[in-house]
Design a protein around this ligand. Structure first.
Ligand code: DC
Length: 226
């Protein structure tokens, strides 16, 4: 591909499929930007929780977040997410915020608010975005589209390892139940549900490491897949 041209890689899939680990590896190898779009939904979910707002109440959520300024900053290639000037990158990584993000992401106002932000970032440079609706809604014209899956049990096991490594006290059963609930919320919501774009390449990562998935994506982008 023409190396002077800006391009986008859409990496969608359910929670815990390994999208962010893979996307970081791909971004590093190809020297492009990485945008974790889930962090944006998490930020709005977090702001609602912090303000005691019911995340399932569309009008209360809209009222709470309408003037919140969400932004992204990059320091040495690492993404931080900023809400009204405050870096909330670590606060948004709890199981409570995961569920809140899933709930608020079903609200049309929330999706609309984040759409322009995502497209604006993607216009600036070559980028890989991970999310649920990148290939279908945010960037339907993306040059490369992948849909990363894994079984619910495998995804829960990875999430459990990740949370316990950070010192969080969780049980595997609770993590699995959250994964199943979020899958259901994310794929059954009326707008921009989690769905493979017709032209996305599906990758099942049950038996692949993140590095193997990243290598596969980089080969596809570099045009050297046989
Ligand atoms: O990828 P994640 O687990 O950080 O995402 C948190 C929630 O945000 C997820 O349950 C669904 C929602 N989300 C979305 O609806 N669309 C995206 N592009 C990214 C995330």
């Amino acid at each position: 591909m023409d190396s002077s041209k800006i391009y986008a890689i859409a990496l969608d899939g359910p929670s815990g499929a390994g999208k962010s680990t893979v996307a970081k590896l791909v971004a590093k190898t190809l020297g492009i930007t990485y945008l974790d779009t889930g962090a944006l939904y998490r930020t709005l979910g977090y702001v609602c929780l912090k303000n005691g707002v019911d995340v399932n109440d569309g009008s209360a959520v809209e009222q709470c977040i309408k003037d919140v300024d969400v932004n992204i900053a990059y320091n040495g290639g690492v993404q931080s997410v900023i809400a009204d000037g405050v870096d909330v990158s670590s606060e948004i990584r709890t199981p409570e915020v995961s569920m809140a993000a899933s709930a608020v992401s079903a609200i049309p106002y929330v999706r609309q608010k984040l759409l322009g932000l995502q497209r604006g970032i993607a216009e600036k440079s070559s980028i890989i975005l991970d999310g649920r609706d990148i290939g279908t809604v945010v960037l339907p014209q993306a040059e490369f589209k992948f849909f990363l899956t894994a079984s619910a049990e495998e995804r829960a096991r990875r999430r459990f390892d990740e949370l316990t490594a950070k010192g969080q006290i969780v049980t595997y059963e609770d993590v699995l139940s959250d994964v199943v609930t979020r899958d259901r919320n994310d794929s059954t919501r009326a707008i921009a549900p989690l769905k493979r774009a017709d032209d996305a390449v599906e990758i099942n990562s049950d038996k692949m490491s993140a590095q193997e998935v990243a290598d596969y994506i980089c080969s596809a982008v570099n045009g050297d897949l046989i």
